[in-house]
Structure formats: C-alpha cells, structure tokens
Design a protein. Sequence first.
Length: 356
Amino acid sequence: MIDRLEAILEKYTSIEKELTKPEVLQDIKKTTELSKEMRDLEDVVRCYQNYKKVINDLKEAEEMSKDDDKELSEIAKEEVKTLSEEKTNLEKELEVLLIPKDPNDSKNVVIEIRGAAGGDEANIFAGDLFRMYTRYAEKKGFSYNVYNSIDGTAGGFSQIEFMIKGEGAYSLLKYESGSHRVQRVPVTESNGRLQTSTATVLVMPEVDDDVNIEINPNDLRIDIYRSSGCGGQGVNTTDSAVRITHLPTNTVVTCQNERSQIQNKEQAMKVLKARLYEQQLQKQEEEQGAERRNKIGTGDRAEKIRTYNYPQNRVTDHRIGFTTKQLDRVMDGDLEDIIQALISEDQKRKLSESKE
C-alpha cells in the first residue's frame, strides 16, 4: 500500500510542478486536464500526508515513553495510545480511498422515470420521485433541466426525462436505477384502500466528448413534430420537438422542452449517447459476471430496490436492508442518509473483494 501511496504522491507533486510552467498555463485544455487529475488525487494525498505525520509523531512518542522522567513517560504513553488509534483510522481511510474509482463518478447524470404498475397512481408517484430528486439536487447546489415529459392524466408523469448537472452527481445517484414501490391510499381511490404501485428509474452518466461512442448518421431516423406539454413560449406553435431512433438498437430518444429544433436535437443526441454508453457498460458487466453480482443491484429497471410506505412513514432499501422512518423528509429530497449507506456498503464490498 505504501508503494502505491508514494507513487500517487510523486504523481501529484509532478502535476503541481507542471501547472507552474507558463507553456502549460497557456494551454487551456492541458491545464484543465491536469487540474482535474490533481483534484482526483487530492483526497488520497491529504490523507497520506496526515498518515506520515502521525507515524513520525508516534515514533517520537514511543521514544519519550521510555524516558526516565515518570511524568513525561506517562504523558507520552497516553499520546502513543491516541496516535495509534489515529494511525489505524487513517489506514482504514486510505484503504477506501485506494479502491479503484468509477471513471464516471464525476459526471453529470441523466435520469428517466416512468410510471409502471398501478395506472394513475404510478404516474403520480413518478412525479413524486421527480420532485424528490430535483429537491435533492437543489440541496446539493446542482442544477437540472427537463428535456422530455409526458404528463399523467391524473397528475404526475407517465414518463419524464431530465439531467442533473453538478460535480459528482453520478457518483451520488448511480444506485437509484431500478423499480421503486409505493404503498399508500391513492388520491384517486374513493374507498380508502391501500394500494401498491411502482415507478421505474434509469440513471446514466452523461457522456463526455472524450468517450468514444460511434454513431453512424445512416443508423438514425430523425422525426420532427410539434411539442406538447410544458416548455415555455412557442410550444405548440412550431415543429421543434425531435425524436431520434437509433435503428440498430431500436433506442428512441425524444426531446421537446428546449426552445428550438436545433437545441432539442443537440440534447437528444447527448441522451442517445448516454443510453448507448449505458448499454455498452451493461454488456461489459454481464461478460464479467462476478463484478455485476458484487454490485449493489443490477441497475435493471425490473429490480425492486426500494419501498416507500406512507402509512408507516417508512422507506426501506431492500438491497442493503436500510430503513428510515422519515419518509416525509426523504420525499422532500433528504436522501443523504440513504445515499451514504449505499456508498458505504459498496465500498465494503469492493474492499472485501480486493482482499480475496
């Protein structure tokens, strides 16, 4: 582990020196790349530097504990105990920090929510999930924009697709893919009976220009039509909505909430790339087999991942057995406890796997 940490520290120092060179600072692309690489190493370097300091302090304290002065020796022994605990904690932290990172973690995230089983109530629940994620995004200082939505007849959405933009958005929300189940008395239910409905969520990283997703223009069918639903002035008056079909995979992407046909087409192409990239990742994981089994959930829409029980004000994540009795706060975007529990469990599994 120390060899790896020394190599990371050396790399960090090397980048730091590069970023002081005038010729590098004049190259915006190079500066951006190096700065990002440096940021990715910062947490490990900071922790390792603290660790090295604790090791040195511990050696000094151990020497002082052998002093003939009893009072000084006792103080030093207490210091040894404290520093030993700190050393152990830092070693655990470094082990986690050295777990290979998902290369997509820093990216923006594309989310699709669809009402599934339960008719109108499923669509209303899809709307509740949309509000939950966007409220969470706002609390994190992220921004979001809807690029396509189909309203439910009784409220909510039969389908809504949007992007959340912010550093690390994908790292926080990537565990949300799957089937979300709600148990409550629907507003559409006149007899007051408890009903179970579901909505499905698909989470994908936005694809950067540096990711090579080849799309042959001849493989695309592009349809232009009139927008419907929300979207601001001009909607329903011009043919600006865009539907792109990727023929080889039968992947369909629609964008209608931007103001112009050009903007809708650009957004639709971004989402198409994200979907094709997600399909590529799933194929790779299925081929690897074991890695997919060790993940928290498969990411498939059909997999039931969480239940929202309104009568008991309870949310349960079935993958890790996590339960909270604060459903009202969760639906208002307070997802921090659930997300951190998922991240911690993922880290434990990866750490366990690396030691096998």
